[in-house]
Write a protein that binds this ligand. Structure first.
Ligand code: SAM
Length: 153
């Protein structure tokens, strides 16, 4: 089973009909802003800081949380991707990562996406207790992959 912990409009899927992905987001929303459609329809409305799942439930976890601190409330970016709380974002991301790790099975993989707009990925990764094994950068966008080993190293 796969968990997409903050699925948004599920824009990056090749196949949205797979039945082995649980999608979660803090909101359920369908609307249009400045001509752009927003359709956030998760299986579960939930908070990545306190997830409603047992330990070690998923083989793969996707953590694509908002990257922007307090984007304009009427912007397409906010409608599509949400925003981080300027005051609590570090604690929120740290809690979110710990929750992703908790619900990930041993030998499972976690993919984390970041965009170097309001904070640099190196600083964000310092908020997490685990270290990624590899990653890839294209422009400001970075993907990194973590593996939960049996010895948890
Ligand atoms: C960068 S977007 C995800 C984009 C998505 N991967 C896509 O393909 O469209 C981040 C999402 O995280 C959601 N979010 C923000 N805070 C959250 C929280 N505490 N728990 C769960 N989801 C949250 C936002 O509502 C937003 O839809």
């Amino acid at each position: 089973m796969i968990l997409d912990a903050c699925c948004g409009s599920q824009l990056f899927y090749f196949d949205k009909s797979r039945d082995d992905i649980i999608t979660m987001d803090i909101r359920k929303e369908k609307n249009e802003i400045h001509g752009k459609k927003v359709n956030v329809s998760p299986n579960i409305v939930g908070d990545f800081r306190n997830m409603p799942f047992e330990n070690e439930t998923f083989h793969h976890v996707i953590f694509d949380q908002p990257h922007l601190k307090s984007p304009g409330k009427n912007s397409i970016m906010y409608a599509q991707y949400g925003g981080l709380d300027r005051n609590t974002w570090e604690e929120d991301l740290s809690k979110g990562f710990s929750e992703c790790w908790r619900v990930l099975k041993t030998n499972g993989t976690l993919v984390f996406k970041w965009s170097d707009h309001d904070a640099r990925v190196g600083d964000v990764l310092k908020l997490f207790e685990e270290k990624p094994i590899y990653g890839h950068r294209r422009g400001k966008t970075v993907w990194v992959v973590f593996v939960k080993r049996e010895d948890n190293k």
